[in-house]
Write a protein that binds this ligand. Structure first.
Ligand code: PLP
Length: 369
């Protein structure tokens, strides 16, 4: 599904040198490379503050912790997402409110958000699923109207631009009050271990996020808030600092794979190729097909036998997960979520695919259908 090994070998000399520099400096935690990377990422994203942390799940948790919410406050999120998005809501004793996604973009449906708002609603967590932005223009309008916070889960879409109707554009993760991302190795900007980051343009929130990620302290050993310990280590920052320079090229490589697949598959009525909305770029963290009247497990097995891996992201939507049984939401009707959960399948997509591999996968998919 990914090939981080080949990707590493293309930048090996630079990466190895940077890692050795960190080891020689022995500044493994909070080395100056961490701030250097944060500054470079802020420049790339055109956002005022980048606060590195331990992983993408921590980023989401820290973001919610900074909002001053009370137990039972409601947070609206899609059910069709990776579990981290919704898990942190329950972890903080907040109430997740699951809503449906748009059938074309697979991202949270603004109309469904509006219907789910109650007097207890405090925040919305849109997910830029598979590498395409949710409709942030509509979501920010709803949030302003109802005075809600917006925390963007940008773990799958770093490098993606959202295009507003006035012609302006912003990077995903910099549009809401706080953006969160993950540097998990297989993500579009992946470290060689765990890592994550928060983004914000709000000075007061930035200070709070920084404190929460660091045991609630601004002055060492004086703890003003209950926080946690969540850090990006210097070795990961050094690697990410190099990979950041390649991020646009990495996104382009993924887009080229997607264009190849689209051309190969769009004529086939058994599969629907990913839709790309006009208001968003697509950085194809995943290339996800919808199967039409194809038995998915059998199709997946046939692909496997031909040597082509595939994945189901995600086989069980959040609202049906046992961890949320206490909220009594398993029987909630989310028709698009159910439809997609039963039919999606993701093909290999990464930055190192060559023409031979693509042709091999294309042939395997078409014959396995
Ligand atoms: C990967 C991912 C996360 C969590 O990131 P980790 O670094 O693995 O904690 C959160 N949300 C989404 C949508 C993700 O894809």
């Amino acid at each position: 599904m990914v090939d981080t090994h080949t990707q590493y070998h293309k930048i090996k000399d630079e990466v190895d040198k940077a890692v050795i520099e960190v080891m020689e400096s022995s500044a493994f935690i909070n080395g100056k490379i961490v701030q250097e990377f944060a500054g470079n990422l802020a420049g790339y994203l055109n956002v005022k503050h980048v606060i590195p942390c331990g992983n993408g799940t921590d980023a989401l948790q820290i973001a919610l912790m900074a909002l001053g919410l009370k137990p039972g406050d409601e947070v609206i999120t899609p059910s069709f997402t990776y579990i981290a998005t919704t898990e942190v809501v329950a972890l903080l004793r907040l109430t997740p409110v699951f809503v449906d996604v748009d059938e074309k973009t697979f991202c949270i449906d603004p109309a469904a958000i509006e219907k789910a708002i109650t007097p207890r609603t405090k925040a919305i967590v849109p997910v830029h699923l598979y590498g395409q932005s949710a409709n942030m223009e509509a979501i920010m309008k709803i949030a302003e109207k109802h005075s809600l916070f917006v925390i963007e889960d940008n773990a799958q879409a770093i490098g993606c631009n959202f295009h507003f109707s006035d012609g302006s554009s912003k990077k995903t993760g910099t549009i809401g009050h706080i953006g969160c991302t993950s540097f998990y190795p297989s993500k579009n900007l992946g470290a060689f271990g765990d890592g994550g980051s928060l983004f914000t343009n709000d000075d007061a929130l930035a200070e709070k996020l920084k404190m929460i990620a660091n045991h609630g302290q601004k002055v060492r050993y004086y703890h003003d808030l209950v926080g946690c310990n969540s850090r990006l280590d210097s070795i990961q920052a050094a690697i990410l600092n190099i990979k950041l320079k390649h991020l646009d090229a990495y996104c382009k490589a993924r887009q080229e794979v997607a264009a190849y697949y689209n051309a190969a598959f769009s004529g086939n009525d058994k599969i629907t190729v990913p839709y790309k909305a006009d208001n968003s770029d697509h950085v194809y963290h995943q290339y996800t097909l919808i199967l039409n009247n194809v038995e998915r497990d059998a199709f997946k097995d046939r692909l496997e036998k031909k040597g082509v891996p595939s994945m189901i992201y995600y086989p069980l939507p959040a609202h049906k997960q046992k961890m949320f049984a206490q909220f009594d939401v398993a029987n909630q009707e989310l028709p698009v979520t159910t439809y997609l959960t039963d039919r999606v399948i993701s093909l290999p997509i990464h930055t190192e695919m060559d023409a031979e591999q693509l042709a091999f996968i294309k042939d395997a998919v078409l014959s396995a259908l």
